[in-house]
Design a protein around this ligand. Structure first.
Ligand code: GMT
Length: 399
């Protein structure tokens, strides 16, 4: 007998960031498997801006009124989930990033009663380590997570952090389903520098000029100052360029640090790019010296292109990057060691080639889309089959 086709709702932040990318990829993959997928959010997630069979987008209208301190997005989202669930008979709603999506889903479920879809919450990182852990959000975040019918994290690290930081009892199961990468899109270069690449990026792709790349949302957690310091140490000895992809609150400060360090000629700020696989595959090393990282999707995308990663030993990064095999890890803030590892990679061809091959191999074998979509689909069916949970979500976290 054919397995039942599911009616799935997905809510996520559509902005530049890994959680939106993963949510969109899960939705597209589920749709290709014949499930109906309804995205509910304030904007269309990346790569969903064209017609795709079985995919529907429902925009949350953010209404403002003079009495509001700020437009209550969480309420508008909850109302939209109620509406879509009612008319599309959703089996489940899969929310990405707990704040406020898990809370909106919980509210919607209360309104919908017995016909409500099951709620699956995927935690992504700062929703636990920063925002959700903030006293101003903690009680409601913890409650909403515990009220979910299923909870997933992309790493063992984030699962443990969720139990520890939010005091979620170990009796509440959390499923680890790793992030994944489109290994066909993020694939190694099959030729040297493509026509026009140098001109477009203001970099020269001469064999002797190496490209170091970093992709992020330029927030303090990414330690952009360390990116510049590491590059500065490398650049003194090896002709190289630093390509910075993304934008965010740290951008102006980092631009000024680059100017002060006299590195403007060597650093290119490329801004937010919808597509950057071509740049990744032409790069030599990917840098990610973050303070904390639940997984590090950008590092995995680089690995999939055969680009070794030098990163901090933070959070879930050691679950993605294997020290000495697919790249190198050092303590958070240890820029000297990270610069040393970059230099080693750029000067030892045998080491570089082996790390490049192993990076690609690890991405393809351990973090491919099919593997993880199978796991999500299986998890969806298990959650749908289980009776309503019965633990007490009301207890306050410790003060
Ligand atoms: O939590 C965030 O900072 C935002 C979030 C996002 O929406 O991009 O990033 C997190 O989720 C990604 C996808 O699961 C992970 O790859 C990132 O490591 C994670 N960021 C942090 O933990 C800082």
């Amino acid at each position: 007998m054919e397995p039942q086709r599911l009616r799935i709702g997905i809510s996520c932040y559509a902005t530049y960031g890994g959680s939106g990318v993963i949510a969109a990829e899960i939705g597209m993959a589920m749709a290709r498997r014949g499930h109906s997928v309804h995205f509910i959010g304030n904007d269309v997630p990346r790569r969903l801006d064209r017609f795709q069979e079985n995919i529907f987008f429902h925009e949350v209208e953010i209404r403002d009124y003079p009495v509001f301190v700020a437009p209550p997005y969480a309420l508008s989202l909850a109302s939209k989930i109620v509406e879509v669930s009612t008319y599309e008979s959703l089996d489940l709603i899969h929310v990405h990033y707990a704040v406020p999506h898990a809370t909106s889903a919980y509210l919607a479920r209360q309104v919908l009663g017995p016909k409500a879809p099951k709620i699956i919450t995927t935690l992504h990182g700062t929703d636990i380590t920063l925002v959700g852990n903030d006293r101003g959000y903690l009680p409601i975040t913890r409650f909403s997570i515990m009220e979910s019918d299923g909870i997933t994290t992309p790493s063992v690290y984030l699962k443990q952090a969720t139990h520890d930081k939010l005091n979620i009892p170990s009796s509440v199961p959390i499923e680890v389903v790793s992030n994944f990468v489109d290994t066909e899109l993020f694939s190694p270069a099959d030729s040297p520098c493509p026509e026009g690449f140098e001109r477009r990026l203001h970099v020269d792709c001469l064999e002797q000029t190496k490209c170091i790349v970093h992709v992020s949302n330029f927030r303090p957690v990414k330690r952009m100052t360390d990116v510049v310091k590491i590059f500065s140490l490398v650049q003194r000895e090896i002709p190289s360029r630093l390509l910075l992809i993304g934008d965010g609150p740290e951008r102006s400060r980092i631009e000024s640090e680059v100017r002060d360090a006299g590195l403007s000629q060597h650093v290119v700020f490329l801004g937010k790019l919808e597509e950057f696989d071509d740049i990744l595959r032409q790069s030599d090393v990917f840098l990610l010296p973050s303070e904390s990282e639940s997984f590090g999707l950008a590092a995995l995308e680089a690995m999939s292109c055969g680009v070794p990663v030098v990163c901090s030993k933070a959070g879930g990064l050691p679950e993605v990057v294997l020290h000495g095999k697919t790249g190198f890890l050092a303590d958070v803030g240890d820029v000297e060691s990270m610069a040393g590892f970059v230099r080693q990679l750029l000067t030892d061809k045998a080491l570089y080639d082996s790390c490049s091959v192993e990076s690609r191999k690890r991405a393809v074998e351990q973090f491919n889309e099919k593997l993880m979509i199978d796991r999500y689909e299986d998890y969806y069916r298990r959650v749908l089959a289980q009776p309503v949970r019965s633990h007490d979500s009301s207890a306050m976290p410790p003060s």
